[in-house]
Design a protein around this ligand. Structure first.
Ligand code: ME8
Length: 527
């Protein structure tokens, strides 16, 4: 049975251009990249979106502090994000900027549609505003009467004319969505927080500002030139304007999104405001809003002022991009917070990647070369190793579910169980002894078993470590493509025969910390 081809749309948040990318941003983007690569490999028509969020008061203020226009500043920082993702070989299909003309047109079209529906009205906003989070708060929500409950920074009092979105109107429909679509918010544990928040009552949302002008203007038909759109309305709509909403709608076939990845800090915006906007636009809701946890550095929150922000490029340059990707995806169960430490990364490289994966490939190459002139034939694998094959297939049968349920660490854990079966089989069956006893067919069956297991593992790890897997695939003489995936993973077939090519050691052992503290903490000064 082959995977039926579906449209799969994966998104990351669009990152604010007031900061350089650190491992938190890299984490979100790497997870999304893994999901997109996996979806393509299994044969789904995939669209992967990332980009930058460039309007609003925070960006205007950051630009001003640097003596630049907001657009100049946004161009510069957006370019740095894009360069980093290109250096990281992130396989995005579109990099959206909220200053793109098509985006602005789409946002205006959405505003007009919601307005014509009667979901937007004019009023006056009076309350508090956190520029850092770009969020409105009531006095009751503040900490010590002044500070933002989310980031702890002081808030401003705001009193200005504003358009409002009738968020309160959608309270019941939102609650119904959470109830009916069990896994609309992942991990499920996070859903209760959202349900409680909505049950405590939703107030209408201010969606335009008049005290500054760095934003998308309201549609001309509304004739309110002093208003610009609230940055979160502008930003959330990127997920559909990137597909051409309001302009060339040909990619709207990808909507609704399969997985919209966010950090837990912005889950509320994505699981309350965003679905309410979509309901107002009569568009379907995403399959999953998936919120991951927070990365800290050696147990501490990363911040520019502490100077402990981890630069993902430095880490990838020192330890290897694929090892960094593997570490991020494996180290922390999705949704939980994680701590970045070089020691933990080195342990993963030496143990999981070096010992379990890299060594196994060396052993395939070593044994096939020594005993069989690198030529492998699978004809007797089932005869001597049905038990191991059954074990491997039983584990691999369930791994796709882990991917779209965002249990990525369990996905990797199960692949490592398969590697353990392969490594153990070598010790159990001792092919060198079989050769001495003249049982060449049994030794061949064992080496072929291991080769096939490695081929299956390579297909499943391609989305995690594309560069290293390309080398493994070359060494095994297999292709990493949908056809091979269907044969080896979906239909559980074996490679009939192949010729192994020697490969350099994939994950050389690392004995010492490769980055000085100062180097890793440099990111905040990199601007
Ligand atoms: O919130 N650990 O942009 P942003 C893990 N523009 N992830 C982290 C992290 C950390 N320490 N720090 C940041 C915005 N992230 C808005 C989004 S979307 C329509 C608009 C990641 O630049 C995480 O994904 O502040 C978080 O949600 C995102 O960066 C916030 O990026």
């Amino acid at each position: 049975m082959e995977n039926s081809c579906k449209n799969v749309y994966i998104t990351t948040p669009i990152y604010y251009v007031n900061d350089v990318a650190h491992i938190g941003h890299a984490y979100t983007t790497i997870i999304a990249d893994m999901l997109a690569r996996y979806s393509r490999l299994v044969g789904h028509k995939t669209f992967f979106l990332t980009g930058t969020d460039e309007h609003g008061q925070k960006i205007a203020q950051s630009a001003e502090a640097r003596g630049k226009t907001p657009k100049e500043y946004a161009d510069e920082v957006s370019g740095k994000f894009r360069k980093l993702w290109d250096d990281f070989d992130i396989s995005y299909d579109k990099f959206i900027r909220t200053t793109d003309e098509e985006h602005k047109i789409g946002v205006q079209k959405a505003f007009e549609t919601m307005y014509n529906k009667g979901d937007i009205y004019k009023g006056e906003y009076e309350g508090y505003y956190c520029v850092s989070c770009e969020t409105f708060f009531t006095e009751k929500q503040l900490v010590d009467e002044e500070f933002c409950p989310d980031c702890g920074k002081p808030t401003n009092i705001v009193k200005e004319e504003s358009f409002f979105f009738k968020l309160s109107k959608y309270e019941d429909r939102l609650l119904k969505w959470y109830e009916e679509k069990e896994d609309c918010i992942l991990p499920r544990s996070k859903k209760n927080e959202i349900i409680n928040f909505v049950k405590s009552g939703l107030k209408d949302l201010s969606i335009s500002r008049t005290s500054f002008d760095w934003g998308v203007k309201l549609p001309e038909s509304i004739n309110e030139p002093k208003h610009v759109m609230y940055v979160w309305l502008d930003a959330l709509l990127n997920y559909i304007t990137a597909l051409g909403y309001g302009t060339d709608e040909k990619n709207m076939e990808y909507w609704p999104a399969k997985i919209q990845l966010v950090g837990k800090d912005i889950l509320r915006f994505h699981s309350i405001y965003w679905p309410a906007f979509l309901m107002s636009l009569d568009l379907p809701l995403p399959d999953h809003i998936a919120a991951h946890g927070w990365w800290t550095r050696d147990g501490e929150k990363m911040s520019k002022s502490k100077g402990n922000v981890v630069n993902p490029k430095e880490v990838a340059d020192a330890y290897g991009l694929d090892a960094f990707r593997y570490f991020m995806l494996r180290e922390v169960p999705f949704g939980q917070d994680g701590d970045f430490s070089q020691k933990a990364l080195i342990d993963r490289i030496n143990s999981d990647l070096g010992n379990d994966l890299g060594n196994l490939l060396n052993r395939i190459s070593g044994m096939s070369g020594k005993y069989f002139d690198f030529k492998i034939n699978s004809k007797d694998v089932k005869k001597f190793h049905q038990k191991e094959l059954d074990e491997v297939n039983a584990i691999l049968e369930n791994v796709e579910d882990y991917i779209y349920n965002m249990q990525l660490n369990r996905y990797l854990e199960d692949i490592w169980k398969v590697l353990t079966i392969a490594n153990k089989a070598i010790g159990d069956y001792e092919p060198w002894a079989k050769m001495k006893e003249g049982k060449d067919d049994e030794a061949m069956a064992l080496v072929a078993l291991i080769t096939n297991v490695m081929a299956k593992v390579a297909l499943l790890l391609d989305s995690v470590m594309p560069e290293k897997i390309a080398k493994i695939a070359k060494s095994l003489g297999i292709n990493i493509d949908t056809d091979t995936y269907n044969k080896l993973i979906v239909n559980k077939e074996l490679i009939p025969e192949t010729t192994i090519t020697k490969v350099e050691q994939l994950f050389p052992r690392i004995e010492e910390v490769l980055l000085e503290q100062a180097k890793v903490t440099d990111v905040s000064k990199a601007e």
